[in-house]
Design a protein around this ligand. Structure first.
Ligand code: WT7
Length: 664
C-alpha cells in the first residue's frame, strides 16, 4: 500500500499552489546539497584496517595484491581457478575470439555441486555444518555437509525419474528454506539449469519467466510465513502454471502445512518423491562453458532478461571473492540476508559459502519480527561471524533506534557487508558504530546479476571511506567514462564501465544473444557497460551514484520503469504511464507514477487503489509505488519516447538538462 499519496491534480483539485511547489523544490535542493557535502566530507576520512584484522587476513598486503593482479589479470584468475576441483584442467584460460562472447577455462571439466559438496566429504569435513535454518515462527533445522550431500543426491535421483536431463530448465519458486539450496544443487549435479524466481513475484511474473525458459518442472512449496502472514505460494504457482504449457510436473515442498489444492496427475509432494531414493548419485561432467543457470533480471524493456552464467568461471569468481572479501578460513558462520531468488542469494547464500566449506545461515522471514531486534538476536544465537546485508535494511534498523542492537552480544561479528544500492555515509557510520562496534570493517560490494560476483569492493585489509565501494577487486579493471567512452577526470561523474574480462561474467541472455550484445557491449565497444553512474575521487575510490538507465532500485530490488508502466497500462483507465524513482529515506527510492487517464475516468482515491492492485497483481510486492499523479501530458521526444529524465528533474526541482528533443 502507498505510504504517501498526493491528491490527484487532474480533475478535482487545482495544481498545488506555487508556494508549496517552491518549498518542495527548495527542500529537494537542500537535501541534495546536504548529501553532496556529506559525500565530500566522508571522501576525506580514511578508516584503516585494525591489527586484529590484518593478523589473520587472507590478503595482508592489499596494495601489492592489487598491483600484481593488475599486471596480469588473466594470470590472477588462473591462479584463483586452482581453488576449484576440476575433472580435467583447461587448455586455455581466456578465449577472446568471438567478442563479446568471451569464454573461460576452455576445455576444462567440472561440476558445481561436486565442488560445493562431494569434495568436502572427500576432504573429511562432512560433519561440518553446511546450513543453519530458522524461520520467523522460530522453527529451526540444521544440515551437515554429509547430510546435505545425501539430500541432494536423493533429489537428483528423483528429478531424473521425472525426466530431468542435462541442459533442461527447472523453475524454482520457493522461500528461503534448505530445499531451495537442495533443489539448486540437485540441478547443478545433473547439469540442468535452474531458474530461481523470487517468491515475492506475482503469478504473472512467474509465468513470464517459466515461459521464457520453457521450464519443464516447477518446484514450489505449500506456503511460507512472512511478517506473521501466510504467503500462499502454491496457489500463485498454480495460477502461473495454467499459463505455461512447458511445465509437466510440479514438485511441492511441505513447508507450513497449509492446505493446498493438489492436481494428482501433475503435482507431487517433495517428501514422497525422495522417500526411497538412493543417497548416492552420479555427477554430470560439465564443460567449463556449459550454462550453470539462468536468472531473470529487469532491464529497460518490459521483458526481463534471462542472464546466463557458465559453470567453471562462475565458480572461480564466486569462490575467490567470498574468500577474500569476507576473509574466510573455513569455519565461519556466514549470514547473507538476501533471498536465493536474487543473484546475491545464488552467489553468497548458496554457492559461495558451500564452495568455501563454511556454514551458511538461511532465515525465512523479516528482520524485525516479532520485535525490531530479531536480526541482532539471530546474530547472537548463532554466533554469526559475517553479516552481509542491504542498505535498506540497515536504514530501517537504524530508524528503530540504537538500543536494539545494544541489547545483544555480537562479539562473534568480524566483518560486515552491504550490497544492492548505495550505502549512504550516514547509514555506513551507523552500521559501523552500532552493529560492528567500531571494530568490523564494512565491505560495501558493488556488483550485478550480470557480473555474478563482487566487482568493486574493499577487502578487510583495505582502507575504507564511509559511503564508497572503494576500489575494484584484484583482477578487475573499472573506470568512469563519458558517453563517447572517454575517461573522465577524478571527481567527475560518468558511466561506470569494466575494461577487462572476468570469469563469472554473464555469457549471454537466454534465447536472445542480440539483446546481450546491445545492452552491454554496443554503445561503448570494448567495454562492459554496467548501466550505473559513478565517480572516482582523487584517491581512486569509487562512489556509486545510481543507475543511469531506466532501471530502478527499490529497496535494493531491481525493476524496470517499462515493466511498471506496462503494468499500469493493463488497467482500462490508463492511456499512458511514465514512471520514475524518487528518493526515499529507507528504501533508497520508490516509484512515482504519472498517469494519463482515458476520457471519462476520474482520478479518485478509489481508482488509485485499483491501480495499485493492478500493478501488484502484475509484478508482486516488489514494485513499491510511493505516489501516483494524474496528469494531462507527459514530456516526450519527437519519436514519442517518454523523457523520464525530465519528469524526474521536474519532480525534484533540478535542472532539466538538455531538452532539445522535448516536444511537449
Ligand atoms: C545494481 C545491480 C548484485 C547485487 C545485488 C543487486 C546496484 C549493487 C551496489 C553497491 C551501490 C549497488 C547498482 C547495480 N548496486 N550493489 N554496493 N552500491 N549500488 O543486483 O539486482 O543485478 O542490481 O544494483 O545499481 O547496477 P542487481
Amino acid at each position: 500500500m502507498p505510504k504517501k499519496t498526493i491528491p490527484s491534480t487532474r480533475d478535482k483539485k487545482p495544481l498545488k499552489s506555487a508556494k508549496k511547489k517552491a518549498l518542495k523544490i527548495q527542500k529537494a535542493k537542500t537535501a541534495n546539497a546536504r548529501e553532496t557535502t556529506e559525500v565530500l566530507l566522508s571522501a576525506q576520512k580514511i578508516y584503516k584496517p585494525s591489527r586484529e584484522i590484518l593478523k589473520n587476513a587472507n590478503v595482508k598486503d592489499y596494495e601489492k595484491t592489487l598491483k600484481t593482479a593488475a599486471k596480469n589479470p588473466e594470470k590472477f584468475w588462473e591462479e584463483a581457478a586452482k581453488d576449484i576441483t576440476w575433472f580435467k584442467t583447461w587448455d586455455k584460460v581466456l578465449d577472446k575470439s568471438n567478442k563479446p562472447f568471451y569464454k573461460w577455462f576452455i576445455g576444462a571439466k567440472t561440476n558445481l555441486a561436486y565442488n560445493a559438496l562431494d569434495r568436502h566429504i572427500e576432504a573429511g569435513i562432512g560433519g561440518r555444518t553446511a546450513i543453519l535454518w530458522e524461520d520467523e515462527t522460530g522453527r529451526t533445522r540444521k544440515y551437515t555437509y554429509l547430510e546435505l550431500f545425501k539430500e541432494v543426491n536423493k533429489f537428483v535421483n528423483a528429478l531424473k525419474n521425472l525426466g530431468v536431463k542435462k541442459g533442461n530448465r527447472v523453475a524454482i519458486y520457493l522461500p528461503n528454506i534448505p530445499e531451495t539450496a537442495i533443489s539448486m544443487l540437485a540441478c547443478a549435479k545433473i547439469g540442468a539449469m535452474h531458474s530461481v524466481v523470487y517468491a515475492g513475484y506475482s503469478a504473472m511474473a512467474l509465468a513470464d519467466r517459466i515461459r521464457d525458459a520453457s521450464a519443464k518442472i516447477l518446484i514450489t512449496a505449500d506456503g511460507s510465513f512472512r511478517r506473521g502472514k501466510i504467503v500462499d505460494l502454491k496457489s500463485i504457482a498454480d495460477k502461473a502454471v495454467k499459463e505455461c504449457k512447458s511445465v509437466k510436473r510440479v514438485v511441492v515442498v511441505k513447508n507450513n502445512n497449509q492446505k493446498v489444492e493438489f492436481d494428482k496427475k501433475r503435482d507431487v509432494w517433495y517428501h514422497d518423491l525422495i522417500k526411497n531414493q538412493r543417497t548416492e548419485a552420479k555427477t554430470a561432467k560439465m564443460d567449463s562453458e556449459d550454462p550453470a543457470f539462468v536468472l531473470y533480471t529487469s532491464g529497460t524493456t518490459a521483458k526481463p532478461k534471462g542472464i546466463i552464467h557458465a559453470v567453471g568461471g562462475y565458480m572461480v569468481g564466486v569462490l575467490r571473492t567470498i574468500k577474500w572479501v569476507f576473509d574466510l578460513h573455513g569455519k565461519e558462520v556466514f549470514w547473507c540476508t538476501a533471498d536465493p531468488g536474487w543473484i546475491t542469494g545464488h552467489s553468497y547464500i548458496i554457492y559461495g559459502p558451500l564452495l568455501a566449506g563454511i556454514t551458511t545461515l538461511m532465515y525465512e522471514g523479516v528482520p524485525d519480527m516479532p520485535k525490531p531486534d530479531r536480526i541482532w538476536r539471530i546474530i547472537e544465537k548463532y554466533k554469526v561471524n559475517i553479516l552481509y546485508t542491504a542498505p535498506t535494511l540497515i536504514r530501517a534498523m537504524a530508524k528503530y533506534g540504537n538500543e536494539w542492537p545494544a541489547k545483544h552480544k555480537m562479539k562473534s561479528l568480524r566483518i560486515l557487508g552491504s550490497v544492492g544500492e548505495p550505502l549512504n555515509p550516514e547509514a555506513w557510520r551507523w552500521y559501523y558504530e552500532f552493529v560492528g562496534k567500531n571494530r568490523c570493517p564494512i565491505m560495501d560490494t558493488w556488483w550485478q546479476t550480470e557480473t555474478g560476483m563482487h566487482m568493486i569492493t574493499p577487502l578487510p585489509s583495505a582502507p575504507l571511506k564511509a559511503g564508497s565501494v572503494t576500489k575494484p577487486f584484484p583482477g578487475i579493471i573499472a573506470d568512469i567514462v563519458d558517453k563517447d567512452g572517454k575517461k573522465v577526470k577524478a571527481g567527475k561523474g560518468g558511466y561506470l564501465v569494466i575494461l577487462n574480462q572476468w570469469p563469472s561474467m554473464a555469457r549471454t541472455i537466454f534465447n536472445n544473444p542480440d539483446r546481450y550484445v546491445k545492452t552491454y557491449w554496443q554503445e561503448m565497444p570494448g567495454f562492459y557497460a554496467s548501466g550505473d553512474i559513478a565517480f572516482k575521487d582523487k584517491d581512486g575510490f569509487f562512489w556509486i551514484q545510481g543507475r543511469g538507465d531506466d532501471v530502478l532500485k527499490i529497496a535494493g530490488h531491481r525493476i524496470g520503469t517499462a515493466e511498471v508502466e506496462s503494468a499500469f497500462i493493463r488497467h482500462k483507465a490508463v492511456v499512458e504511464a511514465g514512471v520514475i524513482g524518487v528518493p526515499d529515506p529507507v528504501k533508497g527510492e520508490v516509484i512515482k507514477a504519472f498517469l494519463i487517464l482515458r476520457r471519462g475516468f476520474t482520478g479518485s482515491d478509489e481508482l488509485k487503489k485499483e491501480l495499485l492492485l493492478t500493478v501488484r497483481r502484475a509484478l508482486g510486492p516488489v514494485a513499491v509505488i510511493g505516489d501516483i499523479a494524474f496528469v494531462d501530458q507527459l514530456p516526450k521526444t519527437r519519436s514519442g519516447k517518454i523523457m523520464r529524465r525530465v519528469l524526474k528533474a521536474r519532480e525534484l526541482g533540478l535542472p532539466e538538462g538538455d531538452t532539445s528533443a522535448l516536444v511537449s
